[in-house]
Design a protein around this ligand. Structure first.
Ligand code: MTE
Ligand code: MO
Length: 313
């Protein structure tokens, strides 16, 4: 996010990802002929990593073409692995996503520590193609693999006091060296209302393009809420807590005037330093109009009936 450079203008916070363009260009140039002669699976920029069993495919991006694997895995926000978009891919090696447990705490009848591999085996994995929108006014279409957060919520049996769900990223400066500097308060935390968390679009993602999630994208388990700005999607989650009070969220703590708890994609409410009316789809040149709730209004707007979305940004 663009917090530390108040001098930046909008066109600066949404930079042309030049290294992506350059890589595509190179693939078509000198190495192009050779690359095209290879089997598809071996071409530079194709998905890599362990294949996941996908039981079901759900297309939720209006038929829009998914962003390239290369872009999704080299243009990232993950401050624990560096503040520049290219840093997380470069620094991803220090994160060890196995073995990994997720603690379920608070207002539930079935708290405990869940092993991530066991979790992945216990829910059928789905491919969900979602539009994703960053508050920095760029967007992607991402073929996630995961399972509905609602399925996990149901399994742990929240009590009637569970009005909110809080998510926490791993705290370990050895694995996440960005945590040695206090650019943000660590660990990264996020939160949803329980009705948002149990909405069928909310996903716990464990993969991308049918492959296990790369570290820089939040391995082994990250939140995906496609109608909200990307920062709601906490990465590398170690704790999910059910509670009565609204939980604090990292970016809201850092800059409450810029980042609210709800963070619903809203083209009518500008960020204090730039417009939210348009966005640049990574890989495209012309900007597109940003849609209310990122295009998911039909499915989610009713969650916010009666809420003033200018105040509750
Ligand atoms: N732990 C953690 N989670 C995070 C972030 C972060 O810095 N740390 N950045 C957020 C922001 S601002 C965005 S836009 C998305 C980016 O996800 P992606 O890199 O997989 O596209 O992750 C979100 N989750
Ligand atoms: Mo973001």
């Amino acid at each position: 996010m663009a917090r530390f450079r108040p001098d930046l203008r909008e066109r600066d916070v949404t930079p042309e990802p030049l290294w992506l363009r350059r890589r595509e260009f190179l693939a078509l140039g000198a190495a192009g002929a050779a690359a095209l002669a290879l089997p598809r699976s071996a071409r530079a920029g194709d998905p890599t990593g362990q294949a996941l069993p996908v039981a079901k495919k759900i297309e939720k991006a209006g038929g829009e073409e998914p962003t390239k694997w290369d872009a999704i895995t080299t243009y990232n926000n993950f401050y624990e692995l560096g503040a520049d978009k290219a840093d997380p891919a470069r620094n991803a090696g220090s994160l060890r996503p196995r073995p990994w447990t997720v603690a379920i705490e608070g207002e539930v009848r079935k708290p405990g520590n869940l092993d991530v591999d066991a979790l992945m085996k216990s829910f059928p994995l789905e491919e969900r193609i979602y539009r994703m929108r960053c508050v920095e006014a760029w967007s992607m279409v991402i073929p996630w693999v995961g399972f509905p957060l609602a399925d996990l919520v149901k399994r742990v049996e929240p009590t009637s006091k569970a009005r909110y769900v809080a998510f926490q990223t791993l705290l370990d400066p050895e694995q996440l060296p960005g945590q040695r500097r206090r650019v943000l308060e660590w660990p990264y935390v996020e939160g949803l209302r329980i009705d948002e968390a149990t909405h069928p679009l909310a996903l716990l993602a464990v993969g991308l393009y049918g492959r296990v999630l790369p570290n820089q994208d939040g391995a082994p388990l990250r939140l995906v809420v496609p109608w909200k700005y990307g920062f709601k999607g906490a990465k590398s989650i170690v704790k999910i807590r059910f509670q009565e009070e609204q939980p604090p969220t990292t970016w809201n703590r850092m800059a409450p005037d810029e980042y609210g708890f709800y963070a619903n994609v809203n083209p009518d409410v500008d960020h204090p330093r730039w417009s939210q009316a348009r966005e640049r789809r990574i890989g495209e040149f012309f900007r597109r109009k940003t849609l209310p709730f990122n295009g998911y209004a039909d499915e989610v707007a009713s969650l916010y009936a009666g809420l003033d979305l200018r105040k509750n940004y």
